[in-house]
Every structure is written in structure tokens, then in C-alpha cells.
Design a protein around this ligand. Structure first.
Ligand code: DAH
Length: 346
């Protein structure tokens, strides 16, 4: 090997390497090329191994040529690298492009179940009069559900509540929220203004206005000197807040064992405005709840002295309250969870 051979080999190597660099299509190929040509055991080193036998003067020349070849290759590598990285970025950008003008997917919004919504509306109205929500158990004992509410065992009034019993002696599924009155009286000191919303259960033949599972909202107010006039004023305000300030209301005598006197509370028919139509049984009125002055016996069971304290209670079905408001005629819709029904309350 003489100077001419080595020079030719180095030039050939340069031409070959530059062509390969030009043809490289990605960064990985370029890296492999760099190692293959310029690496420690690369092709330049291999060629230079042949220069060992040359005179010192020629070796310097070969080294100089080798340096320019290396430099040319390095520059070509760097340049091609920049180009490739640029186009790789372009490709990625194109592939991952986001069309910011595409309309967004609408997020489906849930709503409160109409029973729950109704209970919240009721709680909000009575909340403005200082009534505070309480919870009481769904599995209740016979004593609290009936006896302390002045309904002794074997009393015919029990027929008003067809009861579902559980497998534990003396326990049942509460048939109404009224036992909550006893629990509140036993734990709170008057003045009491309590609201007891909750699920109730009855052994019912299911039809458009009866279910075996439904909600009630119970109200209880106890203080010294509470009168029927307070009850009438409060319920009238409630009906006006729920159905409209222009709505007429009336009280009729009713019967409940735990109140004396007891009343049924009516609002003018929301369909005909009081003229009389099929919706109100031609009476012009719709009953929305039962109420009355808490019976002295019930106060005593609650641990309160009836000589000192008086109070009133009321109980309503939030589904019924909503049915009247929206002209819904079938209670079962509240339990079936048919979206076509539920979505109307958005
Ligand atoms: N607990 C009664 C029922 O389920 C509703 C009721 C009526 C509650 C009169 C009361 C009341 O607090 O005073 O039918």
C-alpha cells in the first residue's frame, strides 16, 4: 500500500459514505452509518491501518486526507440528521393532527330523580320556615311505628297501613315516616321544627296511585303555645310556594290516630282551577297531605309534657306533590326508571 492507494481508498470511502448518508431515510440508519464509517472499528480506521508502513512524511499526508474525509462525512451526517429529524417531526405532526374545528362530543348530563327533586323542593320551602331535616330508620319496630303513635295492637286503625313485617319479632318496614316524630321528640328539646323525608313500604296491591315502596316527607313542630292557626298558615304558604301564590287552599276534617284534630289539606284543582273536572273528581280540589295537632298521648310517648307543649304534624307523598304539579297520572312511573319519563325533568 502506498500513498496513492490509500488516497484512492479514502476518496472512495468518502464518496460511498456520502451516497449512503444521502440515501438514509431515518435517524436510526444514520446512526448505524456513523458507527460503521467513523467508529473505532469503522471503515476509516480500517483504511488507515494500511498507513503504518508508509514513510513518516506520507503518513502525515494520509492523516490530513483522512481528516478532511472524516470532516466531510461528519458534516454530511449532521446535515442529513437535521433534515431527517425535521421531516420526522412533520410526519408525526401530520399523523397526530387534531382538528380543532371538530364539534365536541356532548357530555350527557344526569338529573335528580323526580322523587328526590320533589323532596328537595319540599325541604327547601320548609327550610325557609326553620324546619331541619332528620333521618329515621326504614326498619322500624312495631312500638314506634304504631303503638307510640296511638295505634295499639289490634286497633282497627291498623287497617290503614298494610304492613310488611321482617323476620325479626316486633320489627317491620316502616309504613310511614310518622314514627320519626317519636324519635325526634325523644332526642330533641322543644322548640322542634323537624322534617323527616324517607322511604316507606306497604303491602299494597299496586295501581296508578298506590305502590309498595314510596317516599314520604313528615313535618313536626312542637313548642309552647303552638296552635292550629300556625299549622294552617304554614301549609297555606307551602302550597303557594309549590303551586303558585294565587292558589286557594282549604282544610277538611280528617282522621289519623296520632293527631287530634286531624285534617286533610287541599289545594284548588291545578287542572280546572276549581271549577270541577275529571282530574279532581269534579270537586274542584286536590288533596295534597294529611295533618293535625299532635295527640297528647303521642307527646307523652315522645317524653314531652302535653300540659306544657303543643305541636302539629303533617305528612305528604313527594311523588303525589309532583304528580299534581305536572299532571302526572301514574305513580308507577316514579319507580320504573324509564328515561323517557325521567328526561322530562331536565
Ligand atoms: N302518616 C300518615 C300516612 O301515612 C300521614 C300523616 C297524616 C302524617 C297526618 C302526619 C299527620 O304527621 O299529622 O298516611
Amino acid at each position: 500500500m502506498d500513498l496513492a492507494d490509500l488516497t484512492r481508498d479514502l476518496e472512495a470511502l468518502r464518496g460511498d459514505a456520502l451516497a449512503s448518508i444521502d440515501a438514509a431515510s431515518d435517524a436510526a440508519t444514520l446512526e448505524a452509518l456513523e458507527l460503521d464509517v467513523l467508529g473505532k472499528k469503522g471503515r476509516v480506521t480500517t483504511v488507515l491501518r494500511g498507513s503504518g508502513a508508509l514513510p513518516a512524511e506520507d503518513r502525515t499526508k494520509v492523516d490530513a486526507i483522512a481528516n478532511t474525509v472524516r470532516q466531510a462525512i461528519e458534516e454530511a451526517l449532521a446535515e442529513r440528521g437535521t433534515t431527517l429529524r425535521g421531516s420526522e417531526l412533520q410526519t408525526r405532526l401530520a399523523a397526530e393532527a387534531v382538528d380543532v374545528t371538530t364539534p365536541g362530543r356532548p357530555i350527557r348530563r344526569g338529573t335528580l330523580h323526580p322523587s328526590i327533586e320533589s323532596m328537595r323542593q319540599i325541604a327547601e320551602i320548609f327550610g325557609q320556615f326553620g324546619f331541619v331535616p332528620y333521618e329515621s330508620p326504614e326498619i322500624e319496630d312495631d312500638v314506634t311505628n304504631f303503638q307510640m303513635l296511638n295505634i295499639p295492637p289490634d286497633h282497627p286503625a291498623r287497617d290503614l297501613w298494610d304492613t310488611l313485617y321482617v323476620d325479626v319479632e316486633g320489627q317491620l318496614l316502616r309504613t310511614h315516616t310518622s314514627p320519626g316524630q317519636i324519635r325526634v321528640m325523644q332526642t330533641e328539646k322543644p322548640p322542634i321544627r323537624a322534617l323527616l323525608p324517607g322511604r316507606c313500604f306497604r303491602y299494597e296491591a299496586i295501581d296508578a296511585s298506590h305502590g309498595s315502596e314510596f317516599f314520604q316527607v313528615e313535618g313536626l313542630m312542637i313548642d309552647e303555645g303552638t296552635t292550629m292557626a300556625d299549622l294552617k298558615g304554614l301549609l297555606d304558604q307551602f302550597a303557594k310556594a309549590m303551586y303558585g301564590a294565587d292558589k286557594k287552599t282549604r282544610f277538611r276534617p280528617g282522621y289519623y290516630p296520632f293527631t287530634e284534630p286531624s285534617v286533610a289539606f287541599d289545594v284548588e284543582c291545578l287542572v280546572c282551577g276549581g271549577i270541577g273536572c275529571p282530574a279532581c273528581g269534579r270537586s274542584g280540589w286536590m288533596t295534597i297531605l294529611g295533618a293535625g295537632m299532635v295527640h297528647p298521648v303521642v307527646l307523652q310517648y315522645g317524653g314531652l309534657d302535653p300540659e306544657r307543649y303543643q305541636g302539629f304534624a303533617f305528612g305528604m307523598g313527594p311523588e303525589r306533590i309532583k304528580m299534581l304539579k305536572h299532571g302526572i297520572t301514574d305513580l308507577r312511573l316514579f319507580l320504573e326508571n324509564d328515561l323517557r319519563f325521567l328526561e322530562q325533568f331536565r
